[in-house]
Design a protein around this ligand. Structure first.
Ligand code: DC
Length: 224
């Protein structure tokens, strides 16, 4: 059977990571969390004291750093220059910084190149903001997930709370909204639905229901 390129795009907190993991596991595909790559760049820039507006320094940084995904005991781990930074890249501080770093055209170009290499042979589920529009405009199946910012903020809040973080619901919702504005208003590859993407509104759906819809779409694509 042909190994497909599956793109999952959408705003933060919409369920992309969970769905991408489950979908790739079931299909036996590689799961590529492209947001984690931008997060790793943001963490590296913070550690090196690089301003998110200093595009030349960010470009140099991208040329130097090694970002890897390795299978951990429970979950996939993200390595930055060999160090496991899976937890450090998920803090609210890094989330906000990542939105600025990801707006830098040089950073985007460097990451998109890496993503194209990693996904070129198919058998991959990529999740992000610009997969179906920029990284793989010819992806076999494209999903665009959406949900209200309140519901997405609430999901993020519960996720962080479960991990023991000291979080505030109203602040988490407003952080989601701030990131939405940054993601959709940037000039370079803004978050945008591809014309040929299948849109799934996850506001009133649970993970199993969304996954079922996705499998139906993939089966239909294979039979077409
Ligand atoms: O999916 P996430 O929350 O881990 O993404 C982190 C940030 O990176 C978010 O602000 C959007 C940005 N991003 C992007 O610009 N392009 C991608 N393909 C993936 C993420």
């Amino acid at each position: 059977m042909k190994e497909l390129i599956v793109a999952i795009d959408g705003p933060s907190g919409v369920g992309k990571s969970t769905l991408s993991k489950l979908l790739s596991l079931d299909l036996g595909y590689i799961n590529l969390d492209t947001g984690a790559m931008y997060r790793a760049v943001a963490l590296a820039s913070l550690r090196q004291g690089i301003d998110s507006k200093d595009h030349a320094a960010l470009k140099q940084l991208c040329e130097k750093i090694v970002i890897e995904f390795v299978r951990g005991e429970k979950e996939e781990r993200v390595l930055l220059n060999g160090e496991d930074v899976s937890a450090q890249i998920r803090t609210p501080e890094i989330s906000l910084l990542t939105a600025s770093v990801a707006a830098c055209p040089e950073v985007r170009q460097a990451m998109v190149e890496r993503q194209r290499v990693l996904g070129a042979d198919g058998g991959v589920v990529l999740e992000g903001r610009d997969i179906g529009t920029v990284v793989f405009p010819n992806a076999d199946v494209k999903f665009f997930l959406k949900a209200s910012s309140e519901v997405r903020g609430q999901r993020r809040f519960l996720e962080l709370q479960t991990k023991g973080a000291d979080v505030d619901l109203a602040r988490t919702i407003s952080e989601v909204q701030v990131r939405d504005i940054a993601d959709t208003s940037r000039t370079n590859s803004p978050l945008r639905q591809a014309d040929d993407a299948i849109v799934i509104d996850t506001t009133d759906l649970n993970i199993a229901q969304v996954l079922e819809r996705m499998f139906t779409v993939i089966d239909e694509y294979r039979q077409s």
